[in-house]
Design a protein around this ligand. Structure first.
Ligand SMILES: [Ca+2]
Length: 179
């Protein structure tokens, strides 16, 4: 085998190893925030806390992919801002992975939540991760198994009190990685 052929073979092997071990579908709608706000609604998402069109907007000035991203404008340290993906039916005992890219230009940090509800719309399990980087795109990623009585799964992009500045979110995902 010639050296170039060996190299090509090696590259093919490396690429196949680096490929995702699952071919899951992104369960989120408008995960890249490329669909604009319509009458102060963000398609695929619902308010957790805060005001779409004031605290939460889709803007074109900074994007991880495509042309636009979600931005939180945090102008008051008492302000809590959260956007939840439209809840979807969960598979009990399924393993879910959630993620998002965040450009955090705030004074503290912002969060990604993965959470599960029961039939009473009560949160029964959640996992969260906070940003650690500033003024650069950072990947946040969490995994959690759906409880036996889970009915809905969603993610929340969240800012709690004590923070100021802007945070951008783009390229979100929610996968059922194992049933
Ligand atoms: Ca985008």
């Amino acid at each position: 085998m010639r050296l170039t052929t060996k190299l090509i073979a090696l590259i093919i092997i490396l690429l196949s190893v680096a490929a995702p071990v699952f071919a899951a579908t992104n369960l989120l709608e408008n995960a890249d925030f490329e669909t604009s706000m319509i009458a102060n609604l963000i398609p695929g998402w619902v308010v957790f806390t805060g005001r779409i069109g004031v605290d939460m907007l889709i803007e074109p000035d900074k994007a991880y992919d495509g042309e636009s991203a979600l931005v939180f404008h945090i102008t008051d340290t008492e302000q809590r801002t959260g956007l939840r993906s439209s809840p979807i039916l969960a598979v009990p005992n399924g393993v879910y992975e959630a993620g998002v890219y965040v450009y955090d230009a705030t004074s503290t940090r912002v969060f990604l939540y993965l959470d599960f509800w029961n039939s009473n719309q009560q949160r029964i399990a959640h996992k969260t991760i906070a940003t650690t980087a500033k003024n650069q795109w950072e990947e946040l990623r969490v995994r959690l198994t759906a409880p036996e009585d889970a009915l809905f799964v969603s993610i929340i992009l969240y800012n709690t009190s004590g923070n100021l500045g802007s945070a951008y979110f783009d390229h979100a995902w929610l996968y059922l990685v194992d049933e």
